[in-house]
Ligand binder design. Structure first.
Ligand SMILES: Cc1cc2nc3c(=O)[nH]c(=O)nc-3n(C[C@H](O)[C@H](O)[C@H](O)COP(=O)(O)O)c2cc1C
Length: 368
């Protein structure tokens, strides 16, 4: 039976253990949105994970929806990320970049020319987004024109190409948490009458086109996809998520990706603006049955539940988000049976500098 500390191969990625650092937006990239030295230090401190998935990184100005988040669409950002990947590799770690387009979860102040954010349909989310001024209601979006969709696919493809230029070991498409890809998937936001809306096949079209474009650019064996079938974030709802997501993961399975990462539960008010949990008529086990490739699972896992998930074959690896905030050496602590530091205060999560970011000590120093 595989254990958490056994190596595993996910496509072209050779993980030295099955403990993955989940993507976490920490809003430390400043108003320039360029990765910097404290970000390099932060990720290097966490290089003991079998794999790091970076914070969500916007593929364009249009895809931007939150203050101080890094992008992957300018030469400066590529140069900044190169420092991050270099620092992680120096410590023997591996890191993939999460490619992000927020769709409607944005504000006109972050859009070129103050234009409306784009969405599958002109359906505004009843949520606030984090701008440089604080939390503000998201702006009224406009529906993407049919002929604009190919351009959006290309934003992701270019982002993937730039990620490889930045020295990443691969990329993860952010298809989760109520952002653009998820907005196309779900019928509460996608009311389109063309071939990107309506049927499940049509609503999955953008996800699959973007996945294929990224895989063509960097190789399927360096491409991952994150989905969140069981949670509702940013007011992005679907009337019947079971058949939708089971179709999506079956299609992804046929593509021989490095991995799919499934958010099974969220249980936090910190990451999102709302949680929708309950009996959806399908389970993480159903997703596993529909997707036989390499799977990373996420959401509220601790060491013992993670070990069970890996041993039973439910997943090849488990990703941890919140525990990695205050435990830079989480994998090492698990391996040594050392205590886990208490959860970081919510004030440490988003924005600011090194405080609450790079100053959580590893266990040796914590107990010294
Ligand atoms: C501060 C914070 C930032 C997050 N940012 C992202 C992100 O950029 N991309 C993403 O896919 N999920 C993001 N999430 C969600 C986490 O990756 C994860 O799905 C969630 O926290 C549940 O896992 P956990 O119980 O291990 O924390 C974030 C969560 C937190 C707490």
């Amino acid at each position: 039976m595989p254990g958490l500390f056994d190596p595993v191969t996910l496509g072209a990625l050779q993980l030295r253990n099955r403990i993955v650092m989940a993507p976490m937006t920490r809003a430390r990239a400043g108003t320039a949105r360029v990765p910097n030295a404290i970000m390099a230090e932060h990720y290097a401190q966490r290089a003991g994970a079998g794999l790091i998935i970076s914070e969500a990184s916007q593929v364009s100005v249009q895809g931007t929806g939150s203050a101080f988040t890094p992008g992957i669409h300018t030469d400066e950002q590529v140069a900044g990320w190169r420092e991050v990947t270099g620092a992680v590799h120096e410590r023997g770690g591996q890191i993939v970049l999460q490619l992000w387009h927020v769709g409607r979860v944005s504000h006109v102040s972050m859009q070129e020319g103050g234009h409306a954010p784009v969405a599958p349909s002109a359906v505004r989310g009843n949520v606030n987004t984090f701008t440089e001024q604080g939390f503000e209601p998201t702006s009224e979006p406009r529906a993407l024109l049919r002929e604009e969709v190919a351009g959006v696919v290309d934003q992701f493809r270019l982002g993937a190409a730039r990620a490889m230029e930045s020295g990443f070991d691969g990329v993860e498409l952010h298809g989760a948490n109520g952002y653009l890809i998820d907005q196309f998937l779900r019928d509460g936001v996608n009311r389109r009458a063309d071939d990107y809306g309506g049927s499940i096949e049509n609503r999955c079209r953008l996800l699959l086109e973007v996945t294929d474009a990224i895989a063509a650019e960097v190789g399927a064996e360096r491409t991952g996809v994150r989905l969140s079938p069981f949670t509702v974030t940013w007011d992005c709802i679907d009337s019947d998520p079971g058949p939708l997501f089971l179709h999506a993961v079956r299609e992804l399975d046929a593509r021989g990706l490095a991995f799919v990462e499934i958010v099974e539960r969220m249980n936090t008010s910190a990451a999102t603006s709302g949680d929708g949990e309950g009996d959806l008529g399908f389970t993480p086990e159903d997703v596993r049955a529909a997707y036989r490739g390499a799977l990373i699972v996420n959401g509220g896992y601790d060491q013992s539940r993670a070990a069970e998930a890996v041993a039973s074959g439910h997943a090849q690896a488990v990703s941890f988000a919140r525990p990695y905030v205050s435990n830079p050496d989480l994998a090492e602590r698990f391996a040594a049976g050392q205590p886990i530091a208490p959860e970081a205060p919510i004030t440490a999560l988003y924005g600011g500098g090194a405080a609450g970011y790079t100053d959580f000590p590893p266990a040796e120093r914590a107990s010294a």
